[in-house]
Write a protein of this length. Structure first.
Length: 469
């Protein structure tokens, strides 16, 4: 029996196999409950993005795959009105908090803020409800943390689904994805919706072409001869510190580019570059970039004064709209200018590449897919300035080993690369990465845990663990 058949025979949702079930049971055993209590297990995968980087928060498409590494959250309802939280990994301490209408976050960087974010998201989504069950939860994950593979979204997705199950709530998968994407703002990252959408809607052996506003997906079969190699630079992509500041800065730069272009083209209500692309479907990227270059300087002062005067709006209202308020406020380092032109050039050219990539992948043209991935990396390194010397070195090693294309994946500033090659070349690519990168960066250490061939796996699902044999 092939794997999918085995799972159907056991009546498990896709993504659950004997191994995942055993993991869930081990975690479930850590929850103190009475014998007949209902215990739910929510499983959500991490992701690797093939192409379409830093486009989602501009409302423009992406092409990721859900991976075969997941976070499992086990949950049993309780009547204490509290969430009692444990993590199988001792690096993440246990937490307990009350379910209130507005849950106050822990200190920045606390892992449990992702759990709070997810629960706050569910509370906001079902705001008419008042009678919430508390939950005892245990978390276990095989998604490498801080490697740019979206371990945090896997945690928020699994938590939200487990918490909804405990409270007997159902939500359509697209709405769940949008809810969890919104909820992650709670931790202070003004991200797009890619990670949550692919974690929920991912499909085994498929990539997902995801479009936004409104959220919709098209599953694209991965060609059978394609291998995806993911390698972690071991440069920690710390999402709560400088990386968050740089990420949020890019969000502001892209939004400013969109507003200036909208103003120059006399279009009302443009907030993100996707608004423009949708309003002007026949205008090409190069043309838009030229219009932007003519409308404003390539760089603008970070205090937003110059931007406000170009847009003809009050500096204070632009500040409030772009940087938001309270604990999620974006603080811009004012010693550097905001790069408007370069960022827009990346996002608009990347959008063309993603659209092309979806067709090319579907047609099985791996060579061209690789070329698009290489061009994406170049644009991210040059125009978006989110690569690092170590990511560039890894990408080079992968290409030298025979990868058809290689690029940083995720937000960048550290984290992982993804390389595409013919399955017959996978070993050679890995060898080249080991020799050219890990042996130099981490002499003597076995590189096995840091790089592997990844497979596209199924999206998130929840099951009643107490009902499985
Ligand atoms: C992070 C964010 C995503 C996306 C990528 C960059 O992973 O969570 O929403 O913006 O960065 O493409």
């Amino acid at each position: 029996m092939v794997q999918a058949e085995k799972e159907t025979a056991m009546n498990l949702p896709d993504g659950w196999d004997a191994e995942e079930l055993a993991r869930a049971k081990l975690l479930g055993a850590k929850i103190p409950t009475s014998a007949n209590a209902q215990i739910f297990a929510a499983r959500a995968p991490g992701r690797v993005n093939l192409i379409g980087e830093h486009t989602d928060y501009s409302g423009l498409p992406v092409l990721p795959v859900a991976i075969d590494r997941s976070t499992i959250v086990i949950a049993a309802g309780n009547d204490t009105g509290e969430v009692e939280l444990a993590n199988a990994d001792p690096a993440w301490p246990a937490r307990r908090f009350e379910i209130e209408r507005h849950i106050a976050p822990y200190e920045t960087g606390d892992w449990a803020n992702y759990v709070k974010a997810a629960i706050q998201g569910v509370l906001d989504q079902f705001s008419a409800r008042s009678n919430w069950r508390g939950a005892s939860m245990v978390v276990g994950s095989t998604v490498p943390p801080a490697a740019g593979l979206s371990s945090s979204s896997a945690l928020t997705v699994a938590t939200a689904m487990a918490f909804m199950a405990v409270n007997q709530l159902k939500l359509d998968p697209l709405e769940t994805a949008a809810m969890v994407a919104r909820s992650e703002r709670y931790v202070g990252t003004h991200g797009g919706g890619m990670d949550q959408a692919v974690s929920i809607l991912g499909r085994r052996d498929h990539a997902l072409f995801i479009e936004f506003d409104p959220l919709r997906v098209r599953a694209i079969k991965m060609p059978a001869n394609a291998a995806l190699i993911v390698a972690d630079s071991r440069q920690i992509a710390d999402k709560s510190g400088t990386v968050r500041a740089e990420y949020n800065r890019r969000v502001v730069e892209c939004s400013l580019a969109a507003r200036i272009l909208g103003h120059a083209l006399k279009l009302d209500g443009v907030r993100i570059l996707g608004d423009l692309v949708r309003a002007l479907p026949h205008r090409n990227a190069a043309d838009l970039v030229e219009t932007l270059a003519a409308a404003a300087p390539a760089r603008l002062n970070a205090n937003l004064k110059e931007a406000a005067s170009i847009l003809g709006v009050a500096q204070s209202s632009l500040d409030a709209e772009l940087l938001s308020e309270g604990s999620t406020r974006i603080v811009l380092d004012s010693s550097r200018p905001l790069e408007i032109l370069k960022r827009a050039r990346h996002v608009l050219s990347e959008t063309n590449r993603v659209i092309r990539a979806a067709d090319v992948l579907e047609a099985g043209h791996l060579d061209e897919m690789g070329t698009l991935m290489n061009a994406s990396h170049q644009s991210l390194a040059g125009d978006f300035e989110c690569s690092t010397a170590r990511l560039d070195a890894l990408v080079e090693c992968a290409r030298r080993g025979g990868a058809l294309g290689a690029r940083l994946t995720g937000a960048g500033f550290g984290g992982s690369i993804v390389a595409l090659c013919d399955v017959t070349r996978a070993e050679a690519v890995i060898e080249s990465i080991d020799r050219g990168y890990y042996a130099q960066q981490h002499p003597g250490a076995p590189p096995e845990p840091w790089r592997a061939v990844f497979h596209s796996g199924a999206g998130a699902s929840v099951l009643d663990l107490s009902a499985t044999a």
